[in-house]
Design a protein around this ligand. Sequence first.
Ligand code: GLN
Length: 309
Amino acid sequence: MQVPVDDYLAEVLAACRQDAGELNSSIPELARADPDQLAVAVCVGGGRVYAAGDAGARFSIQSLSKPFVYALALRDHGVGFVESKVDVEPSGDPFNEISVEEESGRPRNPMINIGALTVHALVGEERLDAAQRFERVRAGLSAFAGRRLEVDEAVFTSELDHAHRNLALAHLVRSREIFTLDPHEVVEGYSRQCSLVVDTRDLAVMGMTLASAGRNPLTGEQVVSEQICRQVLSVMTTCGMYNAAGDWMTDVGIPAKSGVSGGVLGALPGQAGIGAFSPRLDAHGNSTRAVAVCERLSADLGLHLMSPP
Ligand code: GLN
């Protein structure tokens, strides 16, 4: 018997309503989130979006911005140049660690903070000021989402007030001259980037844009090239879930990225974009319920990339 998709997604959510995990505490404003929120959205070909739960709930994008800003830097400078600044190897360390290649000082990958700060600094031409660079990032992320994204100023201020560790990471990269911008400006721009507001549907559309070789399924805009999507999805596969990337890939098998506000975004090439959201996090900083939702979808629908079709 066929169950309507929305009903099926509601069943998945009901099965994943456990209470494990804690709200993020590194950015005080995020601790004000309603811990019971839970949502899922799936975007398929033609831009059709199926959703269930609190799919209209809004939250700051946080680290879910990283693959998209990486894509923008690749679009501006090409794969070779960006790889000369930020490597593509999994770090195996938590997301805010000092994970660099010893000899060159290159951050290990763009999905952890030290790499993402560097990638933010690479967007656009070097002569851009911080505001212009941020507007380029905002425009790019908005093109992935198919609507203009706005900053949550309270989250931004909260993040910037507690950005000591990101400042240290940015200074470290600057000391090796991997970028030459002022580290304070880089951290400010990166914090604004992390404070852009999305909902779970946006995540599904952004994921589907990556899964559709760079073409936004809602607007039809070719945001980045197919080659860039391949690069971004590959790095998401190996590094997107931080030091839980191996567990994630074996269990779920979908290129994905998580963020400390509780979002998880998946992109299944040629098939679907997936968004899941719930604010309680596990020890790696991944949403406990959003991970469970993705595990369930992957098992039920046979989405694991390594399973035969
Ligand atoms: N803005 C957060 C930070 O820089 C993002 C971290 C995350 O989502 N994992 O720490």
